[in-house]
Design a binder for this molecule. Structure first.
Ligand code: SF4
Length: 285
């Protein structure tokens, strides 16, 4: 096994979305995704090419790259043209680097505040599961108690990672924040909505799960209800968050109140994108 991971960025910030909004969290963004989500921010049936209009070779660091307003706003995590902006890091070094980002070089502060680790992407469970198991077993991770995956919910867990969680893990919680890709993403339903995958995540020791849908308009709510029904039929029942689509404050603010009102009508929770409010979706926030 090659114990190194391709890292797009790592940083310490507040969790901006979902169940743990506001939590102090170290983020690890891994490279690679099975989707492209070119439908976000576009009229129905059209795909965005905004990322293709950027030439990543002109940029020497991720922070210089423009944030796109349509399509996937994490495109450097899967666009092969951005690979020079990412880094392959041996897992032991990575564990130390993540710990060094915590305010007191410990996943728990002296005032007993837990610092969360959020593994995101791209799709972090696509190609890195063996390495994630090795990463979590490093000595620098021994005080970690709260781990989240930000995943699109399409990748089955392999035996190595399941074994780690079920037999070796000291974690109090493994939160799967699943953001299923609805037709507004431009991805196909049959590939994006995989109830059997979520049913497997739910069986992990100390697992919890929330669904976080990226919502563009009222039209998305029928799709959300259909997806939630499909997950429930597989035995997956969890809190549903609706989060307004948009990569900047202006586009989010245009639809935020409408999405919140519609979410409430269905008994769903609303998720802000706090990091966009605070830092307008800059890299490393
Ligand atoms: S699943 Fe997430 S990272 Fe992958 S293309 Fe879609 S929005 Fe981007």
């Amino acid at each position: 096994m090659n114990d190194a991971m391709r890292v797009v960025e790592m940083f310490y910030s507040v969790q901006g979305e979902g169940q743990y909004v506001g939590m102090p969290s170290v983020f690890l963004r891994l490279s690679g995704c099975n989707f492209r989500c070119q439908g976000y921010g576009m009229p129905v049936g059209q795909l965005s090419n905004a990322y293709r209009e950027i030439d990543p070779r002109q940029y020497q660091s991720l922070t210089e790259l423009p944030v796109v307003k349509t399509g996937c706003d994490s495109y450097p995590s899967w666009d092969p043209r951005c690979q020079h902006l990412t880094q392959k890091v041996p897992v032991d070094e990575l564990a130390n680097a993540l710990l060094a980002l915590t305010p007191e070089r410990n996943w728990r502060t002296t005032t007993q505040q837990a610092i969360h680790l959020v593994i995101t992407g791209g799709e972090p469970l696509l190609g890195w599961q063996d390495q994630i198991a090795v990463l979590l077993a490093q000595p620098s991770m021994c005080s970690l108690r709260y781990l989240s995956f930000e995943t699109n919910g399409t990748q089955i867990l392999n035996l190595g990672l399941q074994d780690h969680f079920n037999k070796q893990s000291q974690l109090d919680e493994v939160l799967f924040t699943v953001s299923p890709k609805l037709p507004n993403s431009g991805e196909a339903w049959g590939e994006a909505i995989r109830p059997e995958v979520l049913a497997q995540y739910a069986r992990v020791k100390n697992a919890s799960m929330v669904l976080k849908f990226v919502v563009q308009s009222e039209r998305c709510f029928d799709d959300i209800c259909k997806a939630v029904d499909a997950y429930q039929e597989a035995g997956v029942i969890c809190r549903v968050y609706c989060m307004p689509a948009g990569a900047d404050e202006i586009s989010i603010n245009k639809i935020a109140a409408t999405i919140a009102t519609l979410a409430l009508r269905h008994g769903f929770a609303y998720s802000p994108r706090l990091h966009v409010d605070l830092w307008n979706n800059a890299w490393a926030t």
